[in-house]
Design a protein around this ligand. Sequence first.
Ligand SMILES: [Zn+2]
Length: 993
Amino acid sequence: MSTGKQLTAGFRLQDTVEMPEFQATGTWWQHEATGCEVFHLHCDDPENMFAFGFPTVPADSTGVAHILEHTVLCGSRRYPLKDPFLRMLQSSVNTFLNAFTFPDKTVYPAASTVEKDLFNLMSVYGDAVFFPLLDPAMFRQEGHRLVYDLDGALGISGVVYNEMLGAFSSQESVEMRLCLNGLFPDTAYGHESGGDPDSIPHLNYQEFVEFHRTHYHPRNARVFLYGNIPAERYLEFLQEEFLQHFESGSAPNPIGSQPRWSEPRRIVQRVPGQGDPEATASVTLNWLLFPAVDAERVMAFEVLSEILLGTPGSPLQKRLLESGLGEDLSSPSGYESEIFETTFSVGLRGTSARRVEEIEAFVLHSIAEIIQQGFDPDLVEGTLRRFEFRTRELGSGGNVGLHLMRRAYQGWMHGATPWETLEFSRVFAALRQRIAQEPGYLGTLLQEYLLDNPHRLTVAVVPDPAREQEDADRRRQYLAELEAGHGPDDRERILREEEDLRRFQEQPDPPEAVAALPRLELDDVPREIRVIPQEVLQLRDGVSCCTTAIDSRGIVYLNIALEVGDLDGEAELLLPFLSATMTGLGVPGIPYDQMSHRIGLVFGGFRSDIEVTDHAETQQPHAILWLRTKFLAQYADEALDLIDQVLCRADFSDTARLREMLVEQRNDYRSSIIHNGSGFAGLRADAGLSQIELKEERLKGITQYLYLDALLQQPIEAVRAGLERLHDTVVRRCRTELQLTCDPGLVGDLTSRIPRQLGGLWAREYSTLPDIVLARDFREPALPAVGRPEALVTSTTVNFIAMALPGSLVFQPEFAAQTLISHLLSTSYLWERCRMQGGAYGASASLNGLSGIFRFVTYRDPQTTASLQAFLEAFSGLETDGLDPELIETAVIALVGKELRPLSPGAQGLIAYRRRKFGITDELRQENRDRLLGLTPGQVTEQLQSLGEALQQAVVSMVSSQDALQQLPADTQDPAAQLLRLAAENQIRIISG
Ligand SMILES: [Zn+2]
């Protein structure tokens, strides 16, 4: 190929670049007639991906780019369906399919290992972005519209509107937004790109359409392509399907640079929240640094940020945690490089806004001290090694293209070449060399960009219970004024539009439009299951080691599983905290920060967690405390030695550190309740039906959060004693199993070394169960049960609703049909009822074949009874909608496709281990695959009816606002309302702050 001369499908080749680190060749093309840019990374990876990306710089906070992202996926010229995206989710075997709005760009990526599938997806996505219908009704559905509620009161609804209400009711996300918006007051980053609920209603339809016309023209498009399909095939496709219909256009203005300040600034803002304002505020310092296209400095700051904050022993994190000025690091803390000019943030949560000045002074003083003292060489070296490790691992898992796309867009969206920010190895080597030659280099960066930089903003957010009410009052006031200006025509128009929308939503897609959608056939997907190799080796003294020997690029994945399913009472409740301490403490003679530096030098990953499940057939419960590690084979000696020390010599005597970790753990739970309300409510509902899910709820749910809170009231010395006893019980050879994944050539050597080098663990034999009583007054909340739903009331403006009922177990013949039903509900019925009609951000159904529980959930849901009603009607509704063989076939293809996702070697090894441990044999899996492939409408209908009968035993739990409970209708006969009325009267538990 010669640059710039010949045209390929109307594209001129701009440049070619070899990228040996990805074993890829990059070609950069521009479409001559329209200006559309394409970058293609050609390599061996069969997981191909494409992304349509557009710089979408907002001019206000109406969320226009975000609403557009939702709405282009609601029907296009060739695919005039209500929701082609959903149809593709139903039937494609994609390994990735989503859309994202960033503060300055919108991206539509998809990936698949099946070429035909990838081009199907590209046809649908390309048509969506270039030729969307942008129906006014869809703008109202996804954006905003006026509605009357049952009592006749005027309100606002819309998917994005509700999504952003949810985002604005979380202290963390408000804080993140303020930090970004506040640092760039004179550029587009000063606006809320997702949409501020107070601004969204001001967006009108004409402006919305205009934004699409100017921002989604091919002139403004950057198409990223990755994988083993040659570029020419894509270029011809793009030309034929889309670009030949366009003429040249002009690109909108790029985002500008933020004028620098001469003085630091400060913002103090009250946000909705239940916590004590003197103890749960958050204070963060933010700096504006340099442009993101400056790849070398960006990488230097990525490394610096990791050194300062990345591990428990990091100098800035350690100083802040020990300062007593707050509880732990604030959420925005870290380095942000996915915007035009990069930023660095650091601060504390669990503090008081009165301490703003103190915290500022402390942070600045700490940075000065760190510069003066210089960095621990082990810490720097460990951090650099972790960066190298991540790059080596990158090529081995799935979604490589997606990761590279994000890196490429960092610069490409802002005028750089696509590879300027994509390259890693060369830039990293230069940085490594520089650090070696100029020992003060990192310190100089800190001095210049943090200490001497006046463009600094301190953001303090203070929770205030009154704020939620004020927000609600202000919105009511706005609606009241709006209504006062309305004539009778307006009311009629609103009702009519709502009726039109409802009719539109309920009307089925025209069959010819559905038939026009490209799709796979059953023959395009494999009938055989994918088998992961695994061998169980018996090491000395009967410890088994489940080994998956596959090419893993010299990386060793070694996981230590400690069986803890037999523990109960407080011993069980204390396990998650024990797990957290395992990777955060020192050993005698080595304090935790030094230990953390050592771990950093050797491991690419080192973490612990707890997994709960049961055996498919015996139903015997398992709880596993995992220590999961990965390291390069050349460091095996040091790695095994450190693992043994961490396991056997953990030093619990640093009680100040223990307390820090306990507070952090509790705070992480607290902030995750609003983000993951569906998960917490789901666990509660499941626990009402199953002993094993009860275990999981105690270890990972609301009960665990409450327990951590109770533990914090206890003397830390007592907690320490409890942990020591528990640790002594749990870390025992007889409880141990190993899971090892590595290159085949390494297995023999490693398995012979392990018993010797983990000598401490091997020497620890049986011990009796401990009797631990720490939080004597702690009362576990009673579980929801059949006919006794519960509501967990917290500070949120949207709800998370979960309903669990008995379903099939994985070894039962019904499993295939019920799995299919959960997929159909998630991608059709619930989507339509709860998302399109109800305005919830998400809704889904799932079947857990190990505990035999079928679960419904909604996510960021403005409704309560309407969603429960949808759950209760889902099975019969699906039956009424009709189950034609084609619908079943597309769902079967999508379900089989889930197994086509590439997995990293580490993930493969763990999955193989779990399958063996939990009794899921390959024979059983193939049997279920065969059943799935052979499903008939009759079998599915039978299971719909059987699940319908199981609704009698449904258990309901929800995370919701107080408001949602008060607004429940009092005098209706429908069962959902009755369930909830019970909740409102008897079962409310208030989770404060
Ligand atoms: Zn959204």
